[in-house]
Write a protein that binds this ligand. Structure first.
Ligand code: ADP
Length: 491
């Protein structure tokens, strides 16, 4: 019985494979816990490599012999639109499930659902615009055509921090292109994925087109191994940690498999001398504290000009002290728990490492056991040095670490002093500086005087060790199509 929702029909304990709702032969169940209080939200099948093989076979059959690929683009677009409409109608119920399994405040869950749904709408539209090319030929008797065709079965492996949007951003693009999908959601948040799958089946996607493998962390390596190595899987799209991404990339090498990776970041957030303080504080709060800082594009290192440093710290401290912390099902709550114990321990260890090397806690820096087992206080910490984990690693928690700088070159050197390159943010009212810095920041996405940059229309992705490929935008289709060149001769 979840919150105030009547007629819940999307909280499921079975998963969708080959058009059937199955319980993995009743082998084992995986309990999904509410991070606020440890209560069980639901149980899902803990599927293994055998179940995964069946899902891959089903997706392959649906692609090759059941004609998903042979539907017109307009028909595929129509099914995606139906799915979008059902996702919109059911957004409150999905939000309740998401908040219960992830701890995300309910308003943020609703925000993520609006964002996640927008990918389904966007790719429903893009489905009809996957054009080929006719190229002027150098030979009078030959014509050159280039078509763009779906790659086949796409395996999608997703994380817990955006249980809905990370799935739709991949699945809607793959389905629009004409691929069939096998989705492996994160073990912490499979219930949101099953709700999406239920609505996909209500929308009428043919059997085997949309398959979900729910499994525990202990089964993830064998499931992942098969998805990467099966010759029936044409491509893998993964969002998650750089460590797991690297592993999957290696596994895909033997089959020369198509790989799309959205990995971790270490986003700089630079406040230059000319910055508007109100914009910078609003941007900092939006970028750092969304989802309790558990976002791959969260600002990670705040690099603040010395002339604004004291004012920035004072104003940010006031904003942090005003945050409402608690159970995300209450509509005024802005900060929930971290998703699980491993995340909490990681955040604690990163902060403790900094403190032991001379970092100074301005506010927070501790757990909040009164709120629950997995709560960590919104924190501001200064005197950050390059030898600290606060500088070198993605914190993935509600921790602002601040570094002072004097010159633009110095700020850029600090910002680029990482192997990660996902998002970056900077605040400046100096037009020349805006273009100069935008060009030199080594990241895939930049928020300029803005802390909330995501949109279905925009190209999401990173450089360096933050990933390969782009999601969203018209380029989001590229991971799921292959070019084919036709030479028409003897004309
Ligand atoms: P996070 O740190 O956000 O949990 P991970 O990279 O650990 O990110 O997890 C992201 C996704 O990758 C999850 O669905 C998880 O189950 C999956 N995963 C973790 N390890 C493996 C693996 N060895 N093979 C395949 N998938 C994996």
């Amino acid at each position: 019985n979840l919150f105030h929702c009547r007629n819940m029909h999307l909280l499921l304990n079975k998963t969708l494979v080959n058009g059937d709702w199955i319980s993995a032969n009743c082998k084992k169940e995986l309990a999904v816990l509410n991070p606020v209080n440890g209560n069980i939200v639901g149980n899902v099948p803990d599927m293994d490599a055998t179940d995964t093989q069946f899902a891959i076979d089903s997706a392959s059959k649906a692609f090759y012999s059941k004609g998903w690929y042979d539907l017109t683009a307009k028909d595929r677009s129509g099914l995606l639109k139906k799915w979008f409409n059902l996702l919109e109608v059911n957004k409150q119920e999905i939000a309740n499930i998401m908040t219960a399994e992830s701890g995300k405040p309910i308003n943020e869950s609703l925000g993520e659902i609006a964002y996640g749904n927008s990918f389904v709408e966007w790719f429903a539209e893009e489905a009809r615009r996957i054009y080929g090319e006719i190229v002027p030929s150098p030979h009078p008797q030959k014509k050159i055509y280039i078509t763009r065709e779906p790659i086949g079965v796409a395996a999608l492996i997703t994380p817990w921090n955006f249980p809905h949007a990370m799935i739709t951003r991949k699945a809607a693009a793959a389905l629009a292109a004409g691929c069939t999908v096998v989705i492996k959601p994160a073990e912490d948040t499979p219930l949101t994925c099953l709700a999406l799958a239920k609505l996909a089946s209500e929308a009428g996607f043919p059997k085997g087109v949309f398959n979900v493998i729910t499994c525990s962390r202990s089964n993830a390596p064998s499931v992942g191994d098969l998805l990467c190595k099966s010759p029936l899987v044409a491509g893998i799209s993964f969002t998650g940690s750089t460590e797991v991404g690297r592993l999957l990339y290696e596994k895909c090498a033997s089959g020369i498999k198509r790989v799309g990776l959205e990995l971790g970041g270490n986003a700089p957030f630079i406040v230059f001398e000319s910055a508007c303080m109100t914009k910078a504080i609003n941007g900092a709060m939006a970028s750092k504290f969304r989802n309790c800082g558990q976002t791959c594009i969260s600002a990670n290192r705040f690099i603040v000009h010395e002339s604004l440093y004291d004012e920035f710290v004072a104003k940010l401290t006031a904003a942090v002290n005003a945050l409402v912390i608690g159970d995300g099902k209450e509509s005024n709550v802005q900060i929930g728990p971290l998703v699980n114990e491993a995340q909490l321990n990681k955040v604690k260890a990163i902060v403790d490492d900094g403190v032991s090397k001379g970092a100074e806690v301005i506010v927070g820096g501790k757990e909040l056991p009164d709120k629950g087992q997995l709560f960590y206080a919104p924190t501001i910490i200064s005197n950050i040095q390059p030898n600290m984990r606060l500088y070198t690693e993605e914190i993935f928690g509600p921790v602002v670490s601040i570094i002072k700088f004097k010159t633009e070159d110095e700020a850029l050197k600090i910002a680029n002093d990482t192997r990660r390159g996902l998002a970056g943010y900077f605040f400046s009212e100096n037009l020349s500086q805006v273009f100069r810095v935008a060009r030199r920041l080594e990241v895939g996405m930049i928020g300029i005087n803005d802390g909330a940059i995501s949109a279905a229309e925009a190209a999401f992705g990173g450089v360096k060790e933050s990933g390969i490929g782009r999601e969203g935008s018209k380029h989001g289709i590229d991971d799921y199509v292959e070019m084919k060149y036709l030479c028409l001769g003897s004309l």
